[in-house]
Design a protein around this ligand. Structure first.
Ligand code: DGJ
Length: 715
């Protein structure tokens, strides 16, 4: 709720649990000294520095973080936005060239657009808010326009600001690194600024564009939470600032670091969307709201509501060392066990035998793929399996035909040496010609055989961010133009090949963000496939991303990243939380494991609809107690529930542990599938719980890494 003040400023009034009033303007304390600007211009600076603004700009005395900054034709940065008009309409507009949530008939939404202007610099900002009818979600974006004759540069164009009336918050973020993405971190807010960001050109392994501000007492099931997730895959910025008056300003948007955007007369710029979720029932409800929104109002395409094919990916099986024969061997064995798709990972193109060549040369490496791609795909299809393929379309190797022909297509600063990362450079995706060329190569491959899945990888961050094609005054736009270029190509790909399942990936999970989810219904979670490490990664990811989108595979042991041995069964149970598949040499794993695959697949198929469409409840928390983990999926009608438990560390003389289930119907009676005669009420299961020791004695549970699932059905 916000209000237009007498002077035309937009003052933020309230954001929180629903209220039925439509004017809470009494909460604005203009009458308290020194908040007296309306009548007394002498106090304007103190007014500016303490008023809760809806979209603060820089230069007039609000010394807190600004949402917007400009450089006008005179080189000045002061900006003063005042209310001009507003409109409200049903539905939700698309954001040109950008991923964004959308309204459906089922969900319904209303949009408010508030237009503000700075009469001096002639810049207009239209704040766009959409409220979804059935979810506690408000999305935010801003459209800027130069309505004057002189050029203006945006030097900061954040997508949202919320001025909270308190500083009593914990800030939850998802941080990490390669192979340990999205670890949950929770800190009490303190005075001054605390932020998470990325300036790597991708949303990054290190910080995810997600922040939750919650009451200190908030936990999984109770307490108020305000969460923010940025629908964008490049440099982002999310900052909470506790002010001198013990209030909190939160802002989120494109990272202003090294960002500029030139607006000539009548040109517009749209800031990507921020999704704001409010929960008054803790982090669990916050996550379930995000999950519902993303499953219904962000993810698109044929696989949106479908079980994904069970795939086998050859990366951890062979790395670069494979050929047609090896792949067919894997496919043959896999098909016998019920696996449905072979994915050929990195190494099939150019002359790529290691990671130091051929990116950009998207033609088949005949020495490896002897007989050609069509032959390989046909053979795999004959086994009753689908075929999928890996690309890294944004990259170029110095050792490639493409680089020989077009060294100028790499992102670079003319005259400076280019920095290598994984032996590769990044293509200048701001240029349509570059994108067209890559796409035409991809199309040749996609049209040459029956390809039904693509893994789109991205394995390096950006450096020397300069373009040989952009004019001097637009060079700083490259960070964002690059991301827009990626979106453009993904859009073309998914439009032209609607039947292909697209999985995003970035050196594991460096681009697990809602921007990518708009184009691909699933994203590879992490290169760490160890079942125990995955407990943390998937727990953190589930904070705002649905399990249906988490790329998760059963891999071989000892695990290639951490060297751990875990039971095959547990690896299956953990991968079942996500899209599920295998990433191992099925011709070489122990016979015992091979024998277990059909049963594992059957189990996955049995529960996948529940996992994909149900409500997710976190019960254990490996960040707080790393000896065990547990979680649940409950169907929307509460008719069935899946409980999964992993004993991470067995300890001597461990006593029984009662675990309280969640999300059931209290008055209903449930039975566990293996004990159909034993009815227990939802209230007992949730309030008194189940007894771990009693149920699992004799089932190997007290061995390290053992796991168990229980299926509850409503009588
Ligand atoms: C990084 C990905 O995360 C891996 O799964 C694999 O595809 C490699 N790249 C291939 O280079």
């Amino acid at each position: 709720m916000f209000k237009v003040c007498e002077e035309g400023y937009l003052a933020h009034v309230y954001y929180g649990k629903k209220v039925c009033d439509d004017d809470l303007g009494y909460l604005l304390r203009f009458d308290e000294s020194p908040y007296t600007p309306a009548t007394n211009d002498r106090d304007r600076a103190s007014f500016m520095d303490s008023t809760p603004f809806e979209y603060p700009c820089f230069g007039l005395g609000d010394y807190r973080e600004s949402a917007m900054m400009i450089m006008d034709a005179q080189g000045m940065s002061t900006c003063d936005l005042r209310y001009v008009s507003h409109k409200i309409y049903d539905g939700k507009p698309a954001l040109e060239g950008l991923p964004a949530t959308f309204a459906t008939e089922k969900s319904g939404a209303q949009t408010l657009e508030v237009t503000m202007r700075d009469e001096h610099a002639h810049i207009e900002a239209t704040l766009i808010y959409t409220a979804f009818d059935k979810l506690d979600v408000i999305t935010r974006s801003v459209r800027f326009k130069n309505y004057g004759d002189s050029p203006v540069k945006l030097t900061r164009a954040l997508s949202c600001c919320v001025d909270f009336d308190t500083h009593e918050f914990d800030m939850i973020t998802l941080n990490g690194s390669w192979a340990r993405e999205r670890a949950v971190e929770r800190c009490r807010l303190h005075h001054a600024k605390q932020l998470v960001d990325s300036c790597k050109g991708e949303s990054s392994h290190q910080n995810n564009p997600f922040v939750a501000l919650c009451e200190h007492k908030a936990d999984e099931d109770s307490g108020e939470v305000f969460a923010f997730n940025f629908v964008y895959s490049g440099n982002f910025y999310a900052q909470a600032e506790v002010t001198q008056h013990k209030k909190t300003r939160f802002v989120m948007g494109i990272n202003p670091l090294d960002f500029q955007w030139l607006l000539e007369k009548d040109e517009t710029f749209t800031a990507p969307e921020v999704v704001m979720v409010h929960s008054d029932e803790g982090l669990g409800k916050m996550s379930r709201t995000f999950h519902d929104l993303y499953r219904e109002n962000l993810i698109r395409g044929e696989y949106k509501d479908k079980r994904r094919p069970i795939l086998i990916n050859n990366w951890e099986a062979t790395y670069f060392n494979f050929n047609t024969e090896k792949l067919i061997d894997i496919a043959r064995e896999a098909s016998k066990l019920g696996i449905e798709m072979l994915v050929m990972d990195d190494g099939w193109f150019g002359h790529r035998d290691s990671d130091n060549s051929s990116l950009g040369d998207w033609f088949v490496y005949e020495k490896k793929i002897d007989g050609g791609l069509k032959h390989l795909v046909d053979e795999v299809n004959k086994l009753g399996m689908k075929f999928g393929i890996w690309f890294e379309p944004e990259m170029i190797s110095p050792d490639s035909e493409l680089y020989k022909a077009h060294p100028e297509w790499a992102i670079q600063v003319k005259g400076r040496p280019l920095t290598l990362c994984r032996e590769q450079y990044v293509l200048d995706y701001s240029q349509k010609e570059v994108r067209d060329y890559v796409y035409s190569m991809m199309r040749n491959i996609l049209d040459s055989a029956n390809i039904e899945y693509i893994k789109w990888d991205m394995n390096r961050q950006l450096t020397e961010v300069g373009s040989n094609f952009l004019p001097k005054e637009r060079q700083r736009e490259l960070w964002h133009r690059y991301v827009l270029g990626v979106y453009d190509l993904m859009n073309r790909l998914t439009t032209d090949y609607p039947h292909i399942l697209l999985e995003n990936c970035s050196g594991g999970g460096a681009r697990f963000d809602p921007g990518m989810l708009y184009y691909s219904p699933q994203i590879w979670c992490s290169d760490d496939t160890d079942a125990i490490e995955r407990l943390k990664i998937q727990h953190g990811t589930s904070m705002c991303y649905p399990c249906s989108a988490m790329g998760a595979h059963v891999s071989d042991c000892p695990n290639h990243t951490v060297g751990r041995n875990t039971p095959f069964k547990t690896r299956g149970h953990v991968a079942m939380v996500g899209t599920f598949g295998y990433e191992l040499d099925i011709t070489k794993i122990p016979q015992e494991d091979r024998d277990a695959v059909p049963g594992q697949i059957e189990e996955f198929k049995k529960y996948n609809a529940l996992v994909r469409t149900g409500d997710h409840y976190r019960i254990g928390n490996m960040f707080e107690d790393n000896t065990w983990d547990a979680w649940m999926f409950v169907s929307k009608d509460k008719g069935e529930a899946l409980f999964e438990f992993v004993q991470v560390m067995a300890r001597p003389n461990e006593r029984s542990r009662r675990i309280k289930l969640k999300g059931l119907e209290p008055e209903a009676y449930y039975y566990e599938e293996s004990e159909p005669d034993k009815l227990i009420s939802g209230s007992a299961l949730m309030n008194a719980g189940i007894n771990v020791a009693k149920i699992w004695n004799g089932d190997g549970l007290y061995g390290d890494y053992a796991s168990k699932i229980l299926h509850y059905i409503k009588k």
